[in-house]
Design a protein around this ligand. Structure first.
Ligand code: UD1
Length: 419
């Protein structure tokens, strides 16, 4: 297992190219199961989660090849199996995204029920209820969800108690080939869902309401081949913006979408960062002191829970009090104990963290506990005085394409070592 070592305190200067979105690529790769053909997926990031979903698709009968660094051709002429094993689902919860397309194509799917994870219980009851509304019978046996439909899926109306990102994606993929019309009420509106809708519409699906919380899907009989580019990763983008905020400097992010981070922009500007948006670039400059801000995580377009940990690291560097409410996941403060090891003063009370900024952090040995918690330790390490060693970095490899290379290129002293 590798660790990452950072010598903190070097302002960042230069350009960082943003990769395709992990959370955009996962449902899109799963959606290639929907119909036979060779599907072209562009701007795919090089990540462990992408390798995991491709491995899962292989076990179902799919073949794929990389035509260049970021372009995949996925052939799904033969989908012979319908089971996603515990071995794969336990390493990546997003494996449940094969349920919708397998049900639509084969009329059956067997997917291991994900267990709890580091950030909370994360049930999939909305997905399951949604499939039932479309006429599937679901049974839970030996830790697996067995889903079957006699004949084909039928349109239905689904309401989510709270908007679920992968729930919306799973139901969308099942509904495109169902008989009749499906309405998803209180659907999630994350840009990655728009990316999936663009793919499905390009394949011949009939979907109304893109980017709204009410999606209407008129089922079609057949879909064709896909050719789609993954949108830029807004969480990677946000992480680098916050990193520049933490350590200072002047960096331009390229190949990104500045309109996908409305809440973060608001908070960073208030915090004292200078941000210039271009068409697909963002220049970020921090010269002066940081100001404390409060925030609440919310479904999109609210502040992303996937940026909460990184923003908390930034708030430890102000000289004021910052109140952070985590409203999406019940246990998403695993980074707090690690940030404390670096000198942060943070009190947690249920879903609320109170950060007393002390204006500085000091390097320490810390441990990555989940993907975004690890990113917050990188942000903290870049800004800290002295050396920070982050162990268990396989979490970072799940979601950050060439993190060490990208940060080194803008002047950070950061490297990997075998533990
Ligand atoms: C997705 C993202 C993840 C992000 C999260 C919230 C992917 C692959 N992952 O995860 O990075 O942190 O959105 O933006 O896109 N819920 C239920 N029952 C369900 C489904 C969800 O109670 O069946 C709850 C969850 O526990 C959570 C909330 O709904 O409290 C939202 O979760 P959801 O949007 O489903 O998260 P994921 O899709 O798993």
């Amino acid at each position: 297992m590798d660790k990452i070592i950072i010598e903190g305190g070097r302002p960042l200067q230069g350009e960082i190219k943003i990769s395709g979105a992990k959370n955009g690529a996962l449902p899109i790769i799963a959606a290639t199961l929907l119909c036979p053909g060779t599907h072209t997926i562009r701007n795919v990031p090089e990540l462990r989660d992408i390798r995991t979903i491709l491995q899962l698709l292989e076990t179902l009968g799919v073949t794929w090849q990389r035509v260049d660094t970021n372009t995949l051709e996925i052939n799904s002429d033969n989908v012979t199996e319908f089971e996603a094993s515990y071995e794969l689902v336990k390493t990546m919860r997003a494996s449940v995204l094969v349920l919708g397309p397998l049900l639509a194509r084969l009329g059956q799917a067997r997917v291991s029920l994900p267990g709890g994870c580091a950030i909370g219980a994360r049930p999939i009851d909305f997905h399951m209820r949604g499939f039932e509304k479309l006429g599937a019978q679901l049974e839970l046996t030996q830790g697996y969800v067995d889903a079957k439909v006699s004949g084909s899926l039928r349109g239905g109306t689904i309401y989510f108690d709270v908007p679920s990102v992968t729930g919306t994606e799973n139901i969308l993929m099942a509904a495109v080939l169902a008989e009749g019309t499906t309405v998803i009420k209180n659907a999630a509106k994350e840009p990655e869902i728009g990316n999936l809708i663009d793919m499905l519409v390009g394949m011949g699906a009939d979907i109304e309401g893109r980017s709204t919380d009410r999606l209407t899907v008129h089922g079609v009989k057949k879909l064709g081949q896909a050719d789609i580019a993954i949108i830029p990763d807004r969480i990677e983008t946000g992480t680098y913006l916050i990193a520049v905020g933490a350590v200072g400097g002047d960096v331009t992010l390229t190949h990104c979408n500045p309109s996908h981070l409305p809440a973060l922009f608001e908070k960073l500007r208030y915090s004292g960062l200078h941000l210039e948006k271009g068409k697909d670039t963002i220049r970020v400059i921090r010269s002066g002191n940081l100001k404390n801000v409060d925030l609440k995580t919310m479904p999109y377009p609210g502040f992303a829970t996937d940026l909460q940990a990184q923003m908390m690291a930034l708030m430890t560097l102000t000289n004021g009090l910052s109140v952070i409410h985590e409203n999406i996941f019940e246990n998403r403060f695993m980074h707090v104990a690690e940030l404390r090891r670096m000198g942060a003063d943070i009190m947690v009370d249920g879903g609320k963290a109170i950060v007393k900024g002390a204006g500085k952090l000091t390097g320490a040995q810390v441990m990555a506990t989940d993907l975004r918690a690890s990113a917050s330790l990188v942000v903290a390490g870049l800004a800290a005085q002295g050396v920070t060693e982050i162990s268990r970095v396989y979490h970072l490899d799940r979601g950050y394409d060439d993190l060490v290379g990208k940060l080194s290129a803008v002047g950070a002293k950061i490297w990997r070592e075998a533990e």
